[in-house]
Design a protein around this ligand. Structure first.
Ligand code: ADP
Length: 444
């Protein structure tokens, strides 16, 4: 396993063991205090019983107490003065009581340091009895308990830490496997995916999310590759044309008019190239999100009307009837440059694809909350199965159609992006053989 993973493993184990140690310590302390309390209560009950038994004998005794046959340690006071101490009391080395001790139970230490429990109380009106018992058996039991806890605690913690370390290792194993697999994934192997053992646990979810990201990356990468390939292909055609026109012109001995003619067609190819490069630039900037947007309220009717007038000359060249019905005063917050680009691309298509003599109508069709710009033509229409694809980059309905008639298939892709960047959408309706309607819908 990699160092990073094992450090997580180590940290997990340390945390787990520390928390467990605290819990076990607190638990042991509680057990110790509970057992101690229980043992002393029991011990005190015993000494109280013994006190009662000795008290009866002391009460009944005539005066010398020597006959009392109790192995207990006891001392008798009368009038504040100690008058008798049992043999065992004396042997225990308990301190001499200064005067009559107070009634009740307490612990005292002997001269040798042993602890004794004393129960004291009056017996008869003039007699006072003190009974003592060695606490050693209780403390022995408590020390045994402590010894067991001292010994068991570290062993339990060690076992728990070992178990935790092994368990953490097993739990984190999928991370290591994922890291190893992820390391192998590069631009050439974007189709590879991480193993998902259990899709319901956290690692499974992580792997699934990572795999989704890979899928998105893969399709973005493939789109980019297709785009680059298509772009190179489209660039090659006008470049080849330029080159061949130039080469042929150089080989021939031509008059000035013929040279002008060749230069004219070279310039035509150059402007086609320029348009293509500009379109590519727009799309590349759009993809990287670097095109600055400047949205402000604009009169849509005026904006579209200006575009129509700019392109009217193209329609006139083709004897088309281009009409515009555009009310003024419809304000929409938009980036004027981008919207104009979209309108020009759609209108340019309508003029390009509608046969000479056809009609093109530009109108505005608003609905509550939205503004709609419609370009209706009487062109060939678009086959139903291709209506979605025409917005793809480099997609053209008739691939083998002469280039003079159409562009390279970027116009609608740019229009779609420009409208969507303005928060709108493009819709297309078409009847094959009868014409198409392109509609730009913008939120007001
Ligand atoms: P192009 O540069 O080839 O015009 P576009 O992206 O603008 O590329 O259009 C994509 C394709 O959609 C065109 O090749 C054309 O076949 C079809 N198309 C676009 N507009 C129209 C229209 N008004 N009538 C018929 N077909 C159209």
């Amino acid at each position: 396993m990699k160092p990073s993973a094992s450090s997580v493993r180590l940290r997990l184990t340390l945390w787990y063991t520390s928390v467990l140690a605290l819990i076990v310590l607190a638990f042991s302390l509680a057990v110790f205090l509970f057992v101690k309390d229980r043992l002393f209560r029991q011990f005190d009950r015993g000494i109280t019983k013994e006190f009662a038994a000795v008290a009866i004998e002391v009460a009944e005794d005539a005066g010398d107490f020597g006959d009392i046959e109790s192995p207990s340690m006891f001392e008798v006071f009368r009038g504040g003065v100690s008058i008798f101490r049992s043999a065992s009391f004396r042997k225990a080395g308990l301190p001499e009581s200064p005067g009559v001790p107070t009634a009740g139970i307490r612990t005292v230490r002997s001269g040798g340091g042993e602890r004794f429990r004393l129960q004291a109380g009056p017996v008869k009106s003039d007699r006072f009895l003190v009974v003592a018992q060695d606490e050693e058996p209780v403390w022995n039991a408590l020390h045994t308990l402590l010894a067991i806890l001292y010994l068991a605690l570290p062993i339990a913690l060690l076992l728990a830490a070992l178990g935790g370390y092994v368990l953490a290792g097993r739990l984190l194993a999928p991370v290591g496997a994922m890291a190893r697999q992820a390391e192998k994934i590069g631009a050439e192997s974007l189709s590879e995916r991480l193993p998902v053992k259990n899709p319901d646990d956290e690692f499974g979810k992580l792997a699934a999310v990572f795999n989704q990201t890979l899928s998105r990356l893969q399709s973005a990468f493939e789109r980019l590759q297709r785009f680059t390939a298509d772009a190179s292909h489209e660039l090659r055609t006008p470049l080849a044309a330029l080159r061949s026109v130039g080469e042929v012109a150089l080989q021939e001995d031509l008059d000035v008019t013929a040279y002008r003619d060749r230069i004219g067609s070279m310039l035509e190819e150059t402007s086609r190239l320029t348009n293509l490069v500009e379109s590519l630039l727009v799309l590349t900037r759009a993809d990287s999100g670097r095109l600055p947007m400047n949205r402000k309220p604009a009169d849509i009717g005026a904006l579209v009307g200006k575009a129509v007038e700019d392109l009217r000359v193209l329609a006139e060249e083709r004897n088309q009837n281009l009409t515009a019905d555009l009310p003024a005063g419809v304000l929409v917050s938009t980036d004027e440059g981008l919207l104009r680009q979209a309108v020009v691309n759609i209108l340019d298509n309508a003029i390009k694809y509608t046969p000479p003599g056809g009609t093109i109508r530009v109108a505005m069709r608003g609905q509550p909350g939205v503004a709609g710009i419609e370009v209706v033509d009487s062109g060939p229409g678009i086959p139903a199965d291709q209506r979605d694809k025409i917005f793809d980059r480099f997609y053209r309905v008739e691939k083998d159609r002469p280039r003079d008639a159409g562009g390279v298939g970027l116009g609608l892709a740019i229009a779609k992006w420009a409208v969507e960047a303005n928060g709108g959408a493009i819709e297309v309706e078409s009847r094959e053989g009868q014409g198409s309607t392109f509609r730009i819908v913008l939120p007001k």
